[in-house]
Design a protein. Structure first.
Lengths: 427, 81
């Protein structure tokens, strides 16, 4: 399979009379965006704003961030399967993208959780709302802080269930992203990258990427559309085997859509294909099984799939901590047991002031690991001049916010792939 | 908690759906449970079969309490029917 990925970088975005991209500047027709959102009557409130890197701005009520992409050649539709979209396989042909830009989904309203209230010392309360984005200061560590963001603030009709709420809000931001990407369909891109993984060099080692991605089934049942989805499917299941270029068309999205489609591990392995290695496949392990036997079964299936594909090396990641780390350790162990050299890329647990070990399971099979930090933000989040993401903003959101401990369950960072800037040390 | 209670001289049997975690944390007597959602039984079974399973798990835990162990040990209800 061969995919041409063309990038139209967005250094600046502003509202203007018509939506167009020119020379790194994205002009957005604000009224048109609002019309696109309001075409669904279950959206009862919508507002849009722009947030640029280094502005004293905080984005709250954050749910997801989508990079606008569009297929201009080849079958399928980007971000397939979710919100009723086509499930035709993607990853072939040509895709245009707005680089360095995201449509940010913020959902407020009666069901939204309360804001963080400032208190002295690092907060370890995992129930606190941590899903905000600071665009400036020591707290600007999430990858979204480096993007030009179109912040879409939404409220939906009261009484909608979680599934309908998700379809309404995520569907709205997808329509906006589709429309924005549409303006670069016929333009000449400043930069183009070609990923052709069809030919394999037998003298090079075969490598697979095994991301463990939590399924929402544990909370939402097997038919839930909420949470990280593969072609729209969120259920717990045997491993999915994807061609790496499918990832670049958003075959796996929701929850953390932008980091998934811009995953540096997928991209770097694809770039090194044919030079240093053969990038054979992405084996997706749906995690969060309820019993140890199922966790071990899934891990063995990952390893045997890797063997069948001819892998000699594997990179394993996870997007959730806690007991799910049993599945991570089991996957590394199963791969190593099959003679596949395996590297784990992971966040560490909270050190709990030096009293806790960095990994919940210390299996001797884990012989090589790369840390992406603890998820802690050791300095306070500086006060801001502007807060985006909702109709009524609690005044406490403007104030300085306390540091975050990297406690298990902290989801402020979610830097599973090493994109952000909160690692303990830069090398 | 299991370790703290044992430190005070009270033997503890810990029933867990994922025994590798308490065993890794050096809990001495670990009993294999069913699932995270229902550690001590299985709502998918008939009431009679569920009752038998629950008795077997709790019986295994009681047996574990009476067993001398030298270190982290797994007690499997399936093997003690």
């Amino acid at each position: 399979m061969r995919l041409v990925l063309a990038t139209f970088p967005v250094q600046d975005a502003r509202f203007g009379p018509r939506t167009r991209w020119h020379d790194g500047v994205l002009e957005i027709d604000r009224e048109r965006v609002l019309e696109i959102i309001r075409s669904d009557p279950s959206v009862t409130f919508a507002d849009v704003d722009l947030a640029h890197p280094r502005e004293a701005t905080r984005i709250v009520n954050f749910v997801d961030a989508i990079e606008p992409r569009i297929k201009v050649e080849g079958p399928g539709q980007v971000y397939p399967g979710i919100c009723g979209r086509s499930v035709v396989p993607v990853g072939r042909g040509r895709t245009h993208r707005l680089g360095g830009f995201a449509v940010v989904e913020c959902v407020a309203g009666p069901d939204a959780r309360p804001p963080v209230l400032p208190e002295p010392g690092p907060t370890r309360d995992i129930a606190r709302r941590q899903d905000f984005i600071d665009m400036r200061g020591p707290g600007a560590v999430r990858p979204f802080a480096s993007l030009v963001n179109l912040v879409v603030s939404l409220e939906v009709a009261p009484g909608l269930g979680a599934e309908d709420r998700h379809l309404a809000t995520h569907g709205a931001v997808l329509r906006v992203a589709d429309d924005l990407a549409g303006v670069v369909t016929d333009l000449d891109p400043p930069s183009v990258e070609t990923f052709d993984l069809s030919a394999k060099d037998p003298s090079l080692p075969g490598v697979v990427f095994i991301p463990l991605l939590a399924s929402h089934e544990f909370w939402g049942g097997p038919d839930s559309k909420v949470g990280t989805a593969i072609y729209g499917q969120t259920r717990l299941s045997a491993p999915w085997i994807l061609h790496p270029t499918e990832m670049l068309d958003g075959a796996v999205s929701q929850g953390t859509s932008w980091p998934l489609i811009n995953n540096p591990i997928t991209l770097e392995l694809a770039r090194r294909h044919g030079r240093e290695l053969n990038f054979l496949a992405v084996i997706i392990h749906r995690s969060n099984w309820g019993g140890q036997a199922e966790m071990e079964l899934a891990a063995h299936r990952d390893a045997l799939a890797a063997v069948l594909l001819g892998a000699q090396g594997a990179i394993v990641t996870t997007n959730i901590r806690g007991r799910r780390f049993v599945e991570v350790a089991a996957t590394v162990k199963a791969c190593e047991g099959e003679g596949i050299r395996t590297v784990l890329v992971t966040e560490e647990e909270d050190t709990e002031d030096g009293n806790a070990t960095p990994l919940l399971i210390n299996d001797p099979a884990i012989v090589a690991a790369v840390s992406t930090g603890t998820g802690a933000v050791p300095e306070p989040f500086a006060s801001v001049e502007r807060v985006l993401g909702g109709r009524e903003i609690d005044p406490s959101w403007f104030a300085e916010l306390p540091p975050l401990a990297g406690r298990y369950g902290a989801h402020h960072i979610q830097d599973h792939y090493g994109i952000g800037r909160q690692s303990c040390a830069d090398y | 908690m299991a370790k703290e209670l044992e430190r005070r001289g009270l033997p503890v049997a810990l029933i867990s759906a994922i025994p590798v975690i308490p065993l890794g944390a050096s809990a001495n007597r670990v009993v294999r449970g069913v699932r995270v959602e229902h550690v001590c039984g299985d709502p998918g079974l008939s009431p009679e079969a569920d009752r038998t399973l629950r008795r077997r798990i709790v019986g295994t835990a009681l047996r574990a309490l009476q067993t001398k162990v030298a270190g982290p040990t797994l007690f499997d209800p399936a093997g003690s029917a």
